[in-house]
Design a protein. Structure first.
Length: 391
């Protein structure tokens, strides 16, 4: 379809029901849980301000969609979404504290975050069957509308944080619009094998022996795995383990916010959600929340009882061996593992993809300084591969 052949319409709405009725989910694929209307309903329940939905129509067909979130200084400083905390985290992880830049980063707020709010997913939704020129046109117009909306709301910046390396239409549009680009994350995805024999058979002899040893150690320790519904009682049980994981990696996330998110997910997504729990003597010692969307399982929050875990390879047993077995059982084709721990994920059969962040600070002087600051970051997955990092 070519947009020059018919009328193009652009609209902004805060009504999820309105965009759902226009066919929003027809733009959403198997890897787009965080852009689907069920998940956006979760976001509406927990956000201080509802998301804004930008849509582009060609004739009477919905052809493009983009989510926008207003985040201010009073929004929890979640270091995977709020631009100032996000950049500061990248520098900490690179071993390059940027305390001197804290005043500068504070001037990026309030910000408007576009695309998925959850780690690992930023996409401009585009209908299938559009030619390349039309896709570029839609990207250009929706970015322009996102910037207009951000300036109207007196935001200091506009950001896109997890754009896949092969999303050339969006990346080119962002660069043409003057955004600063930087390597932001390495995301992991696994193609689920036909059975466990195929899963274990993909590894080298050395790796396979190590995996067999890990599974044996877990079995001898009496670790069992069970899929549980995300009930109120289960939420109360997993929260301390989740908060322990945040504390281990110095990630600030208010307990009340974590609880609200779980309850919203349970209420909206229902039986799409399962908690895969590791049990020892009947007590939960680890968990991962798995959400089914299409043929893909999304690994969300996880956590461990580190005191009882000791030296047990519980992370590998739960996040990989038990999760893969569960995925095979329910007929999922992919597991989305999100970002972080890329060495461990690659060593257990995941495919890695580089993701890029983009930010545009509306004060030109600040934008120039932020751009120079971001140029100091390591070059993402390329650097990781060159260093040969593993678990």
């Amino acid at each position: 379809m070519n947009a020059t052949q018919t009328e193009f319409q652009l609209q902004a709405s805060t009504s999820l029901q309105a965009v759902r009725s226009q066919g929003w989910d027809e733009l959403v694929g198997s890897f787009d849980l965080y852009l689907s209307t069920p998940w956006l309903s979760v976001e509406e329940r927990i956000a201080s301000l509802p998301p804004t939905y930008l849509t582009g129509k060609i004739g009477d067909r919905l052809s493009a969609g983009l989510t926008c979130y207003a985040l201010g200084p009073d929004t929890p400083a979640w270091p995977f979404a709020r631009i100032d905390a996000f950049i500061a985290r990248l520098f900490r992880e690179a071993g390059r504290e940027c305390k001197a830049a804290s005043a500068l980063l504070s001037r990026t707020l309030p910000t408007q975050l576009c695309g998925g709010r959850r780690p690992g997913h930023t996409r401009l939704l585009l209908a299938a069957g559009l030619d390349e020129d039309t896709r570029r046109m839609l990207a250009r117009h929706l970015l322009g509308e996102a910037e207009r909306l951000a300036r109207q709301r007196e935001a200091a910046s506009l950001s896109f944080l997890y754009v896949d390396e092969d999303d050339h239409v969006l990346r080119q549009a962002l660069l043409a619009a003057g955004f600063a680009e930087f390597p932001s994350a390495i995301a992991a995805r696994m193609q689920v094998p036909a059975d466990l024999d195929h899963f274990f058979g993909q590894f080298s002899g050395h790796r396979r022996r190590r995996i067999q040893k890990e599974r044996r150690v877990l079995q001898e320790a009496g670790i069992e795995y069970r899929a549980l519904p995300l009930t109120k009682e289960v939420i109360e049980e997993i929260l301390p383990l989740e908060l322990a994981l945040y504390a281990k990696y110095a990630t600030e996330f208010p307990p009340a916010e974590a609880a609200r998110l779980h309850h919203a997910v349970a209420e909206v997504l229902g039986d799409r959600v399962q908690v895969l729990a590791a049990l020892q003597d009947g007590k939960m010692c680890g968990f991962v929340v798995l959400v089914r969307w299409g043929d893909t399982l999304f690994g969300r929050q996880g956590g461990f009882d580190y005191a009882s875990q000791g030296r047990l390879p519980l992370y590998f047993g739960l996040a990989f061996y038990a999760s893969v077995e569960y995925a095979i059982k329910v007929g999922a084709r992919y597991i989305e593992y999100g970002i972080g721990s890329e060495g461990a994920k690659a060593s257990r059969g995941c495919m890695l993809r580089q993701q890029y962040g983009y930010v545009k600070v509306f004060n030109q002087r600040d934008h120039t300084v932020v751009r120079r600051l971001l140029e100091e970051l390591p070059c993402g997955v390329a650097a990781w591969r060159e260093q040969g990092k593993e678990e």
